[in-house]
Each structure stands twice: as C-alpha cells, then as structure tokens.
Design a protein around this ligand. Structure first.
Ligand SMILES: Cc1cc2nc3c(=O)[nH]c(=O)nc-3n(C[C@H](O)[C@H](O)[C@H](O)COP(=O)(O)OP(=O)(O)OC[C@H]3O[C@@H](n4cnc5c(N)ncnc54)[C@H](O)[C@@H]3O)c2cc1C
Length: 361
C-alpha cells in the first residue's frame, strides 16, 4: 500500500513527484510506456516547441538551453530524463492502468499483469488519449496511405503523389507546411480562416507578451477564461496565410465523405490523392476510472485537479485551471496548488471544506 500512486510519467506526473518528495510522501509512478519522454519521442521528427526555454521549466530544475531558444522533441525528452535522474523519481514502466476504483478508504489500480493499492492517486495521463479520425476513413481504398498525426513522423512515410492534410490545428498546419516543401501537390481540408500569431513580436517572444498581458494567469473560472477556454486556439509560429497561398497548396474546405479513391470535400471531389494525414485531434479517455464524474467533453469534473472522489486528483488536463495547465512551464502552478492542498488536508481539514465549496467544472 503506497501513500500515493501517480499514473503517468510525463511532465505533469514528474512535477507532482517533485512536490510529493518535498512533502516526504511515499509514492511511485506507473507508466504505460517503456521510457521517460516517450510521448514526445513518438511525435513527428521535425517538431520544435512553440514555447521558448524560459517557459519550459519544471519545478526545481530549469530547462537547460538559453533564453529564447525553441527546443526540439529530443531535447524535451532528454530534459525529462535528467529530471528523473536528478530527483531520483521512482517509475515503474510498462504498466498501463486499465482499471481504477475506490474501495473503502483506498484505491485499487489494475494493469494487465499487476494490482496496486494506494491511499491517494494522481492521474497524470496527459491531455490526448484516443486519436480521432472521421468515420469516412473506413470507406477509403487501401491503395491510399492514411496516417493519423499521432503516427506521422516525416514525409518519407508517404508514397509518391498528391497528399491531403486534414485539420486546421497546430499539428495540421505544421505537417502541411512540412509536406508542402516536398515536390508534390498538397490538399488542405479544414477552416482556412485561421488566426495565426508569429513566435516573436517587437523583439519579444509571444509567450513573453502572454505573460505581460496576464493571459497565462487567466483562470477558466473567470469571465475571460470561460470565453478563451471554449474558443479555438490561434496557430503559433506558422504564417498560415502565406502557406495557404503557395502554388502547390490547394484548399478544399471540410472533408465530407469518401468512396474508394474518390474523396468528397465542400469544394469539390478528387480522385488523385495518394496519401492522407489526419490531423483531426484526440478524444479523452477516463472511462476506466470508476466513480468519477465526467463533464460534457468527457473530462473529469474537478476543481484545480481535486475530483469528486476524496484522494483522487487530476493533472495536465487542458485548461485544468489556466491555458498553461497543459504546458511544460505551466503545470508547476497546478502541482504546487495540489501539494499545498494535500499538506493542508492533514494540518487543517477545515480548509478542504472551503475548497470543496468551489464550483466543480
Ligand atoms: C504536437 C504537440 C506539440 C506540443 N508543443 C508544446 C510546446 O511547445 N510547449 C508546451 O509547453 N507544451 C506543448 N504541448 C503540450 C504538452 O506539453 C504535451 O502534450 C505534454 O506531453 C503533456 O504532458 P503530460 O505529462 O500532461 O502528458 P504526457 O506527456 O502525454 O504523459 C502522460 C504519460 O502517461 C502515460 N499514460 C497514459 N495513460 C496511461 C495509463 N492508463 N496507465 C499508465 N500510464 C499512462 C503515458 O505513457 C505518458 O507517459 C504539445 C503537445 C503536442 C501534442
């Protein structure tokens, strides 16, 4: 029986581990992957962070590059690995938790091979779980290569010929940009009316401005936070207007349907496409947790990570509290809040009543 089990050894789980060590709690981390940094290493090869070094620090150990530098995915994985080494964080890999329930005063966690018990559990399994691909993908001929952005690495995975990128988020736009630099036509399916913001404005990084205007500390419970958290996110760092104007980029509107090799879009039907990259996002998966209440978007209801089940906490969810909650540099505010809460829970139980009066969302 552990005091705490953290599920997930990404930045959220590791930050929480740092704080639990400070509180002298006994804990372990369980992770489905086989090494620290795996979610980053699995992302596409040319990925660079949109946050510069100074916005990537986890608690207790700064990101090692110089200010204003945008690290690549290998540097992030290396940073997380050295974080684990520095703080001697105990992680058991290859343990995907598929069931979690509360029995009396403790939690039972089940993986394929083992059962674990803990008085408290912190779920830090990341913001992205099940890749979503529109249902019409099953009607598409096997002669076309289809890859979800989760598995996209580089244009070498594609066969020769015209390529379609579906999805107007950061991933879609960055992948479109990369493929448009190869010698082929690239079709773009998605909203072309996307706001994009450069990485630097008047000699300062975008994140410097975000901090300056207070954007990073706007909570989702505030009037502005409610609006921002429900609206679309602008694209950071890619000049979308110029990209969509390139000669070999053809905008086709939304993807409507498919029939063998023919793809149907708002702006026409095409039979010449040989590859599709679906940058169509992810759906959350928390259904393996018994007794937790989910909101309309299938994320657990919580107040700053505190769930409706005593002793069960969440971290790293999009807009858990602010825009920064699901970022490298932002998660430490949430883990600090939770560790203060856990500490006070023992010292001043009345404090928890104040917290629990807050609105769950
Ligand atoms: C393409 C892309 C670019 C991004 N760029 C930036 C950026 O520039 N700057 C920035 O700050 N943020 C960025 N982010 C956002 C965010 O920092 C990352 O998504 C980050 O990986 C989230 O960290 P996490 O610890 O919450 O989750 P993850 O890194 O996803 O880690 C979760 C861990 O939980 C484990 N796990 C999941 N389910 C289970 C289970 N059932 N049982 C056991 N283990 C489990 C996984 O194996 C994984 O190791 C980016 C995200 C994406 C997708």
């Amino acid at each position: 029986m552990k005091d705490f089990i953290i599920i997930g050894a990404g930045q959220a789980g590791l930050s929480m581990a740092y704080h639990l060590t400070q509180l002298k709690k006994e804990y372990i981390i369980l992770d489905a992957n086989s090494e620290t940094g795996a979610p980053w290493l699995k992302r596409w090869d040319s990925l660079k962070l949109f946050t510069p070094t100074e916005f990537n620090h986890l608690p207790g150990m700064d990101f090692p590059n110089e200010k204003g530098y945008y690290p690549d995915k290998y540097e992030v994985a290396a940073y997380l690995k050295s974080y684990v080494e520095k703080f001697n964080i105990p992680i058991t890999f290859n343990q995907k938790i598929t069931g979690l329930k509360k029995v009396d005063d403790f939690f039972i966690l089940k993986s394929e091979s083992e059962t674990f018990k803990a008085k408290n559990v912190v779920v830090a399994t990341g913001p992205f779980h099940k890749p979503f691909t529109p249902p019409c993908h099953t009607k598409i001929s096997k002669d076309l290569i289809q890859i979800h952005s989760e598995h996209y690495k580089n244009p070498e995975q594609l066969q020769e010929g015209d390529t379609l990128v579906v999805g107007a988020g950061d991933s879609g736009v960055q992948i479109l940009d990369e493929i448009s630099k190869t010698n082929r036509n690239v079709y773009f399916s998605g909203d072309t009316n996307i706001t994009s913001i450069p990485q630097e404005i008047l000699g300062k990084t975008l994140w410097w401005w975000f901090k300056k205007i207070g954007f990073l500390s706007v909570s989702k419970f505030s009037y502005i936070g409610k609006k921002l958290s429900k609206g679309g996110q602008p694209i950071i760092g890619t000049d979308v207007k110029s990209l969509l104007k390139k000669q070999n980029v053809i905008c086709v509107g939304r993807t409507l349907d498919a029939n063998d090799t023919e793809l149907h879009f708002e702006e026409g039907n095409y039979k010449n496409i040989k590859n599709i990259v679906w940058a169509t996002g992810f759906k959350p998966n928390f259904e393996w947790i018994e007794g937790v209440t989910l909101n309309d978007y299938k994320y657990p209801k919580n107040y700053r990570g505190i769930s409706n089940l005593k002793g069960l906490y969440f971290l790293g969810l999009p807009w858990l509290f602010t825009r920064g909650s699901a970022t490298l540099g932002g998660v430490k505010k949430d883990t600090k809040f939770l560790s203060n809460y856990i500490e006070k829970l023992e010292e001043e139980p009345a404090y928890t009543k104040i917290i629990l009066k807050k609105q769950f969302a």
